[in-house]
Design a protein around this ligand. Structure first.
Ligand SMILES: Nc1ncnc2c1ncn2[C@@H]1O[C@H](COP(=O)(O)OP(=O)(O)OP(=O)(O)O)[C@@H](O)[C@H]1O
Ligand SMILES: [Mg+2]
Length: 278
């Protein structure tokens, strides 16, 4: 075998090994695809005919006036509305190419793959350490001493380890609001989600905590896909690759964040991003 052929073979082998190591191999480029999704509650329409594809490994901001359906859209993506009284749906949502409501999909598995962080930190009434590993334990991902390893790893990942390492068995409610939100983020990350839904995740935090949480979000891609609902237009611009604007239950605009803010196609978007409505 001459030098060139040998080199070509080893490149091909390398490509094959890399392919096998890539957890995203054979997965669609768009992790979430909503197709003509309409949602209502007891006959009242809330979302109308939303179609959108979210590329894997990106950050999408969701903006729009209050009551425009942002939270409803987010909550639908991990089936949190399923059990809400009067919930009605038309259309579909695909996760890695499969409907989240297909008979083979288990609700817990969907929630594990699509995690969520809310506006107000909501630690469980248990120790700091047990909060981090609550999902890991429930899903049987790790047990015994492994749980301590997972707890430390995730607390380090969110930058909370030094602040809590001496009170892992203490109450989470004595942490500051920002620290509690980081703890909830550690808990969400611990089960290894593909997608993280964030509903106004920093609106209850002071500017310094907001900065800490925001800069952490940026480190989570491209391993994760993030969807962030925010009323903070500066945050949307700083954080996101793409922006969706909801208006009265409809997806009024969706494009790269630069396009949506600098060259909006929809007149309602133009008014909204200039701060004239909302
Ligand atoms: N469980 C429910 N039952 C009935 N109506 C609901 C329910 N959840 C949401 N809605 C209605 O859907 C509409 C959209 O609400 P949603 O919470 O999605 O808005 P939003 O864009 O997140 O607003 P905000 O910016 O204030 O958080 C509102 O009119 C709301 O009253
Ligand atoms: Mg909301």
């Amino acid at each position: 075998m001459d030098e060139v052929t040998r080199r070509q073979v080893s490149d091909a082998q390398l490509a094959s090994v890399l392919h096998n190591l890539d957890p995203d191999r054979d997965r669609p480029a768009d992790v979430i695809v909503a197709e003509h999704l309409s949602v209502g509650f007891a006959g009242q329409s809330v979302l109308r005919d939303v179609s959108v594809a979210l590329p894997r490994g990106t950050v999408t901001a969701i903006i729009g006036p209050t009551g425009s359906g942002k939270s409803t859209f987010l909550r639908t993506l991990n089936r949190m509305n399923d059990r809400v009284r009067g919930f009605e749906r038309q259309g579909d949502v695909h996760l890695d190419g499969e409907s989240i409501w297909s008979p083979g999909q288990d609700l817990l598995a969907v929630r594990r793959r699509v995690g969520m962080l809310f506006q107000r930190p909501n630690p469980f009434p248990m120790s700091i350490r047990d909060n981090v590993v609550a999902g890991v334990r429930a899903h049987g991902i790790a047990r015994g001493k492994q749980l301590d390893v997972v707890a430390e790893m995730r607390l380090r990942e969110v930058g909370l380890w030094d602040a809590v390492k001496d009170r892992l068995h203490g109450s989470p409610y004595r942490l500051s609001g920002g620290q509690q939100q980081l703890l909830c983020l550690a808990r969400a990350l611990a089960v290894g989600p593909e997608v993280l839904l964030l509903d106004e995740p920093t609106s209850a935090l002071d500017p310094l905590s907001t900065e800490a949480v925001e800069s952490l979000f940026r480190t989570l891609t491209p391993a994760l896909t993030l969807l962030v609902v925010t009323h903070n237009l500066g945050q949307a611009r700083r954080l996101s690759d793409a922006t969706m604007l909801f208006y009265d239950g409809q997806l009024a605009e969706h494009g790269s964040t630069a396009q949506v803010f600098e060259q909006p196609r929809d007149a309602r978007t133009a008014r909204y991003v200039q701060g004239l409505v909302g």
